[in-house]
Design a protein around this ligand. Sequence first.
Ligand code: SF4
Ligand code: SF4
Length: 278
Amino acid sequence: MKIAIASGKGGTGKTTLAVNLAVIAGRSATLVDCDVEEPNAHIFLKGDVAATETVSIRVPVIDENRCSGCRACVEFCSFNALISFGGPPLFFPDLCHGCGGCRLVCRSRAISEVTRPLGEVRRIDADLCILVEGCLEIGVSSPVPVIKAAKAAATGDFVIYDAPPGTSCPLVATLRGADYVLLVTEPTPFGLSDLRLTVEVLRQMNVEFGVVINRAVRSESLIHDYCHHEAIEVLGEIPEDRRIAEAYAAGRLIVDALPGYRPLFRSILEACLERVTA
Ligand code: SF4
Ligand code: SF4
């Protein structure tokens, strides 16, 4: 079973929910930190790195002395990673998907390949669950291959994906294959705006989802009103509580620092599991 924790923007409490749910689920759970540009679940789930895998692709190198300027590689590359103004093509590594097609179509044998590292996937045996962390190499702009590698490295029957913020390709790559998505939001106009965008993506992907409101205050019904109107279930509310912010700032799990919140996280987890198995 795979559940994902997502939000339209950063700073809404996505990782807070993900790490605390993973700990409530226990040693059988694997948390995958798919926020590979800025993974931070390891701050809360401390443990030893048990394995490390480099994520890389093979990218072309063009020998200008052999290149005839025929443009066959340029026309083949549907990702526009090669452009030519008549001479040997220019190569844009960030657009390259490493398919190897350009080398195959080059009759002049002017293209060879080198390995381009994109990032790393680490498996950490944390005290309370397994953590798989994707980490993007500095200067690499496409996180999707590292996200896919991190997801592939997750073993076990119960996996939680901590999704990257935003609503673009990295989010879609993370949510693909998830049985259920928890959308974390906060009761502010910004929170609502980002929630709307993420709901649109999820509906297009046809994935089941529910909402968790973070920093909830009783007087603010903004998110409840929207969810009611859109027939979206609210599975839980984490209240605005200064002690939670202090625990977070100290790198502590809420369920450890404030055990009174354990039942809340347990009820969110159970509600999630019920929706998946229903
Ligand atoms: S296919 Fe080969 S020869 Fe033709 S432009 Fe590309 S690198 Fe040069
Ligand atoms: S390897 Fe594929 S994606 Fe990369 S430049 Fe060649 S054809 Fe384009």
